[in-house]
Ligand binder design. Structure first.
Ligand code: ARG
Length: 584
């Protein structure tokens, strides 16, 4: 309805000028969705805001505007209510024409943006040699959803995995690798390292206990930084082994992402320090090179330093992000850079961007956005852990979702006396299990913490993936039952008569508004809420209005409406990274 709203605004502006003269040109009609469908579809609240300016009661203003409004092609005659609300109801013929345009378009009437932006989505970004945890899962799911929507809208999106693949922790990992797995190094077989979490734990233990090991580790860091060949080979092996584990998760979740870890910026770090120095921002503080931040203070109220280079010459997370932001703007030509991490990193980004801005690296035309998200909690409201108190491995978490969805499915098949092939059961369980996990995450307002509950996310009732998938399956069921090719019905003329049809049709036409809002505020839960309401409105329509039993031309019209609903569900879900099922 973006285009409709734009038209309504134009018409209001013309009416206001016609009624009160040029001084009202450009006045916002304050058009909002009607508070109650009884009053129509939209209401304009501008009359109340003009009383002072025009020195007239708001009702009189509203009536004067209405007298000049030319909306006959879009709306029923507008009415004035209460103190001066102008109520608008779209005409059935107009809605039907809009639906026709939506039906005829592969993109369901969603235009491509007129201002495509080179966009970077920095998401997922786990750390090498460590297990990917639920925080990375959130980043992966939310980042992928955002990237999909922006791509669909026509932006040029670069999906970047800012892997933690560099830093002093590699000293101990490489030392342990060389000592405990020398054969892996000579055969260059990463798989020989086995489970990296155990590997990491062993290395850490030796580091904590053994002075000599610590010293060797320190020397390995120096060797790594100096580009020593054997050390780099060991480092590379650790990275390869981690990639294998990460890729398994990405494959399961259908995630496309380009690895460009912290190490990528390594050659640029010295230049970052030199340029900050040249810009007069660097201060030497106890041997470390720092920038003192505006607006960030320590407990004593003194400005907080951001350490750019440690006293031992080493760089840190912030230095790398400084190099990264500059590279992304200068080399990648990014105009919008989106960072998807937990809310705990908000200060980190604010500080890095402040320094980059003061250094003059961020043109006004570039938008930097942090997309923060809350914690994943267990059903007890505490940090999400396994029963034994360990952090949950993502692979196990996803496998459990699939297993549980399979158990649900098998119970349902049994209850319904249905026989299905193993192939069907495996496919449906996998799609439902993965979708449930993704959707549970995306449907929350991302800034809040969310409670991870298999039972809730797999439920066929409520705002869940299975509920939405089922609405889609229902439409496919109708066409199967009526032996109708819904594709052919994509062009059937929709005629609206029943209230549930109107409600469904208007909701369908609101998809473009939701996507534009999401494009701006990067809140995937908007799309989830839209799809949930779409399914509810479809189910209400389905309950009230016979479809296959209806007489023509109503039958074709209702089939057309059902088909359009299915297409909107499929498109919307695909933008959330969720694949639909024909049967379940
Ligand atoms: N590797 C980091 C972590 O696990 C996330 C990196 C986010 N991206 C960035 N450009 N700093 O917390």
């Amino acid at each position: 309805m973006n285009a409709t709203i734009a038209q309504l605004k134009d018409r209001f502006e013309q009416a206001m000028v016609a009624a009160f003269g040029e001084e009202l040109a450009g006045t916002d009609p304050i058009l909002v969705p009607a508070s109650n469908p009884k009053f129509g579809d939209y209401q304009a609240n501008v009359a109340m805001s003009l009383t002072k300016k025009l020195g007239q009661p708001p009702r009189a203003i509203a009536e004067a505007i209405v007298a000049k409004l030319e909306l006959a092609d879009l709306c029923e005659p507008p009415t004035v209510a209460g103190p001066g609300f102008i109520n608008l109801r779209l005409q059935p013929a107009y809605l039907e024409q809009q639906l026709r345009q939506m039906q005829a378009d592969q993109r369901l009437g969603i235009p491509q943006t007129k201002q495509p932006k080179r966009t970077i989505v920095d998401f997922s970004s786990p750390n090498i040699a460590k297990e990917m945890h639920v925080g990375h899962l959130r980043s992966t799911i939310i980042g992928d959803g955002i990237a999909r929507v922006l791509e669909f809208l026509g932006h040029d999106v670069l999906r970047i995995n800012h892997l933690g693949d560099w830093g002093t922790q590699f000293g101990m990992l490489i030392t342990h690798l060389k000592q405990a797995y020398p054969e892996a190094l000579t055969t260059a077989n990463a798989l020989a390292l086995g489970d990296l979490t155990t590997f990491y734990r062993q290395a850490k233990q030796r580091f904590d206990e053994d002075e000599e090991f610590r010293e060797t580790s320190r020397l390995e860091v120096v060797a790594l930084q100096a580009g020593n060949e054997e050390t780099l080979r060991a480092w590379n092996l650790l990275c390869q082994q981690s990639f294998i584990a990460f890729q398994e998760i990405y494959d399961l979740l259908d995630i496309q992402i380009t690895n460009r870890g912290e190490s990528f910026y390594n050659p640029l770090l010295a230049g970052v320090v030199a340029d900050l120095d040249r810009a007069g921002l660097l201060v030497s503080d106890q041997g470390a090179q720092c920038v003192f931040l505006d607006g960030f203070t320590n407990k004593e109220g003194n400005p907080l330093p951001l350490i750019i280079q440690k006293s031992d010459g080493g760089y840190n997370y912030a230095t790398t992000d400084l190099a990264a932001v500059r590279y992304r703007i200068q080399q990648d030509q990014a105009e919008r850079i989106i960072y998807v991490t937990d809310v705990g990193q908000s200060n980190h980004f604010a500080q890095v961007w402040q320094v980059a801005r003061r250094a003059g690296w961020i043109p006004d035309s570039v938008e930097l956005v942090h997309v923060p998200f809350g914690l994943v909690q267990g059903e007890d409201g505490k940090k999400f852990k396994t029963r034994s108190g360990d952090t949950v491995k993502l692979r196990d978490l996803l496998d459990e979702a699939i297993d549980r969805s399979r158990a649900d499915l098998e119970a349902r098949l049994e209850a319904e006396g249905r026989q299905e092939s193993e192939q069907f059961i495996a496919h449906v369980s996998q799609v439902v299990g993965i979708s449930a996990v993704k959707y549970a995450d995306l449907s929350q307002n991302r800034t809040s913490n969310y409670i991870f509950s298999y039972d809730k996310m797999l439920s066929l009732q409520g705002n869940t993936a299975p509920y939405l998938l089922y609405a889609y399956v229902r439409v496919q069921g109708i066409s199967r039952k009526g032996e109708i090719d819904l594709q052919q019905l994509a062009n059937s003329t929709i005629q609206l008569t029943e209230e549930t049809e109107f409600a469904l049709a208007k909701h369908l036409l609101g998809l473009d508004e939701v996507l534009s809002a999401l494009e701006a505020d990067l809140m995937p839960n908007r799309l989830c809420q839209y799809l949930f309401e779409l399914s509810q409105k479809f189910n209400q329509f389905y309950d009230r209005c016979p479809i296959l039993q209806a007489e023509e031309p109503q039958r074709a019209s209702r089939l057309g409406l059902a088909d359009l609903t299915a297409r909107a569900l499929k498109l919307g879900l695909s933008l959330l990274g969720i694949e639909v099922l024909e049967r379940m």
